[in-house]
Design a protein around this ligand. Sequence first.
Ligand SMILES: [Ca+2]
Length: 296
Amino acid sequence: MKLGFVLILIALNVLCISAMGQGSENPFGSATSDSVSLKGDIYYLPEGASSLPDFSSLTPVGSIYTTVLDIPTRSFTSGFPDVTNRFEWFAIRYTGEFNVDMDGDYAFRLVSDDGSRLFIDGKKIIDNDGTHPTQSVSGNAYLTRGQHSIEVDYFQGPREEIALQLFWTPPGGSEGIANPQYTPSTTQSSPISNLKFAGNPVLIQSRFGSKGNFELIVPLATGGLAHFWRDNDASDMPWKGPTIFGGTDKYDAVTMIQSNYGSPGDLEVVARVGDRLVFFWRDSGPSLAWNGPYPM
Ligand SMILES: [Ca+2]
């Protein structure tokens, strides 16, 4: 073997090793903790396992974090960098809290290879358990506006194909990858008191909920904008949020309306940064994502 070729092989090998070492990204989630994600605890299964385990009898070997479950059918041999190199005979239990903005029937669809299950508020909505190629099972849950718990259990049996996708269809919406606003599990009863604000806030009464909820946008002292909403249908009218958006610009003032785009209506925001105006809009669903800033 020529020396040059050997050196190239060694260089390639070093590249591969360093790429693996840096790689906290993974189709199942990142090893980096994020307080507003689903947390996935990873468990080892015995070889030959043909269904989801009794998680209560197992100890997790590590955790990953993600905001969506969107792994179409693919091969998987990389394992979980920084956690474990296991790529078959493992299970993941994802748990988190999420908010929905309106009451109604939500359809869910769980696609997996191998088995999976979906629980909302502790109730089993979908059972897609067992060793099988990619298979889709649907279920429904009536959800009231506000916070709900979610759990998705998944296992990968024998090598090497995997799949795990959670879709949802909010009331009146169309199907997409479920991308709810996850709430930190440490949410305080008054989340507004936990942040430092600057500039002028804006408050409107929206068409969300039966009475119309309050929607508040306020500039953060550290940059960006925080969106809070008050659930006016709940007896204790709790403030929820924040959803933080707008990057790191420092905003001086904000104004907002709820428009007739989308249903029940997108939130439209104009904010001032120094002597410039920028525009944002928030989709009514299913993503409830803030879009912008767009220069004006
Ligand atoms: Ca499999």
